[in-house]
Ligand binder design. Structure first.
Ligand SMILES: NC(=O)c1ccc[n+]([C@@H]2O[C@H](COP(=O)([O-])OP(=O)(O)OC[C@H]3O[C@@H](n4cnc5c(N)ncnc54)[C@H](O)[C@@H]3O)[C@@H](O)[C@H]2O)c1
Ligand SMILES: O=c1ccn([C@@H]2O[C@H](COP(=O)(O)OP(=O)(O)O[C@H]3O[C@H](CO)[C@@H](O)[C@H](O)[C@H]3O)[C@@H](O)[C@H]2O)c(=O)[nH]1
Length: 457
């Protein structure tokens, strides 16, 4: 059995492989990244880790220095490893063929070439990154064309299904682990070997083994189906607002059907995060490449509905505040794309604040986890033509929800942080201009209770 694992990069490689280290003390796990600052953070004596994830610190505290190591020495780790997880980023391409929808596989290819160049012994290479269908074939071609004699590579697909904010509980107790391999004796043997690692803590009936292409496509499909539920419920929320029906009641009624189920039916200001939009667009591009324009249009609509929902929300704020928010102060509570993470990628808050900026409003923003520098970087990226000092004249970052609400005309809840449920709303009401409005983009607070205080919700 192997002794050495290596994971190239961070999320999801970091949390996943840290959990493997905890659950498999007989395996040495090394997490490498080209980014020195991130590796230094993983190694920091006070456990100031590069990502905020509940429970992650305990996992790292248990295994770091025992059988879990973090390093920037990629080549040494490749040489020593028996199995390598490639967990590098696969963002949407910004230019060239497929710009705006295809996945940028440059990082995967570079990592693969490095493995081929450096490896002096046979290895199992595992695609952990989310990739288009048949990427494993390209990886094999690159590895075989560049490897040394006597080195053989078996390639597996093992997509990650953890969600940010619940990564550690998801990893400890996954709905399923999916492993794809070539259906050859060698491919199946490599798959069995990875199964035996997860079997240290995952019940074997939850470890699914399938063909490589099914595994790759299942990851894109799972995210597309999850995001589709959110866009469906958000589309229904527009009908609710037009008719007086209540979207929470509708979702509750639909979700009671055991064929539908209650999860992932929370209407919101729109889904964010680094995965949903990217992976659906990836599926759209794949459909177009397969000459399936109707299929591509179907999935694209999930993303378009999400954009519509964000625009609809901003417009509702402006319309309700008597058709103008110029020089009015808006408190935006939450900047992360969801609760329990400091991640802001594709966060709905960025779009809302940009919309409010273009209406010349003054914006106070508060988030309990997101670094101030990250907020400025995101707002600058969203409005590259506006100088940062002009953005900073319109936007103020506050250190508490109460401070953000002072002298505001409206509160916008953009992230479902639990602490926003527990705010002293009486005190908020006293500090705000009247009439005081609340726009709950996450259906988080008790609207009736707020109305009794005097808010217009
Ligand atoms: N973030 C999640 O919760 C999550 C969940 C499931 C799947 N995924 C998938 O995992 C992949 C990575 O996730 P992410 O976007 O969160 O990543 P990320 O951008 O946070 O991290 C990627 C890291 O890879 C490093 N890297 C790039 N090339 C490298 C190389 N050749 N050698 C070593 N390190 C290298 C970068 O320095 C960076 O730190 C993506 O395909 C994503 O779709 C992510
Ligand atoms: O009913 C819901 C559920 C979620 N959201 C929003 O949807 C986004 C994504 O949430 P979630 O899926 O919980 O977080 P991610 O970390 O993006 O996880 C998704 O993307 C990962 C990366 O591919 C996958 O591994 C996970 O299985 C998949 O859930 C967030 O903005 C949520 O606020 C809603 O608006 N309504």
């Amino acid at each position: 059995m192997w002794e050495n694992f290596l994971t190239l990069s961070e999320a999801p490689g970091g949390p996943t492989c840290a959990v493997i280290a905890v659950k498999c003390p007989h395996i040495q796990v090394t997490i490498v990244d080209l980014n020195e600052a991130r590796i230094n953070a993983w190694n920091s004596p006070d456990f100031k880790l590069p990502i905020y994830e509940p429970g992650l610190e305990d996992v790292v505290r248990e295994a770091r220095g025992r059988n879990l190591f973090f390093s920037t020495n990629v080549d040494k780790a490749i040489e020593e490893a028996d199995l390598i997880f490639v967990s590098v980023n696969t963002p949407t391409k910004k230019s060239g063929v497929g710009a705006g929808s295809a996945a940028d596989l440059n990082y995967v290819e570079r990592a693969t070439r490095r493995i081929a160049t450096v490896a002096n012994s046979s290895k199992i290479v595992v695609e952990k990154s989310t990739v288009p269908c048949r990427t494993a074939e390209s990886m094999r071609t690159i590895l075989e064309a560049n490897s040394k004699p006597n080195c053989r590579f078996d390639i597996l697909s093992n997509p990650e299904f953890l969600a940010e904010g619940t990564a550690i509980t998801d990893l400890y107790n996954p709905d399923r682990v999916l492993i794809g391999s070539l259906q050859t004796p060698e491919g199946k043997a490599a798959s069995d070997a990875l199964v035996s690692v997860y079997a240290n803590w995952v019940p074997t009936e939850r470890i699914l083994t399938v063909g490589l292409w099914s595994s790759e496509l299942s990851k894109l499909a799972a995210n597309a189906m999850l995001a589709q539920r959110i866009s469906s419920i958000n589309a229904l929320s527009a009908i609710c607002e037009a008719t007086g029906a209540n979207i929470d009641e509708v979702a509750h009624a639909i979700g009671y059907d055991s064929r539908v189920g209650p999860k992932f039916l929370k209407a919101s200001v729109g889904f964010g995060g680094s995965c949903f939009q990217k992976d659906i667009l990836n599926l759209v591009y794949l459909s177009e490449s397969c000459h399936l324009p109707e299929v591509a249009a179907y999935w694209r609509q999930v993303v378009e509905m999400n954009e519509y929902q964000k625009r609809r929300f901003s417009k509702r704020v402006v319309d309700t505040l008597f058709n103008t928010i110029t020089d009015k102060r808006i408190a935006v509570l939450g900047f992360a794309f969801k609760a329990d993470t400091g991640d802001t990628r594709e966060s709905a808050a960025i779009t809302l604040i940009k919309d409010f900026q273009s209406e010349r409003a003054l914006i106070n923003v508060y988030d309990p986890q997101v670094e101030h520098s990250q907020i400025w970087a995101d707002l600058q990226e969203a409005s590259p033509q506006v100088p940062l000092d002009a953005i900073q004249k319109q936007v103020t970052i506050c250190s508490s929800a109460l401070e953000a609400c002072k002298d505001a005309e409206a509160v916008v809840i953009a992230t479902e942080w639990k602490e926003f449920q527990e705010i002293d709303w009486e005190a908020v009401y006293q500090k705000m201009n009247k009439p005081a409005f609340v726009f709950d983009g996450r259906l988080l607070v008790d609207a009736e209770k707020l109305r009794q205080i005097g808010f217009k919700v």
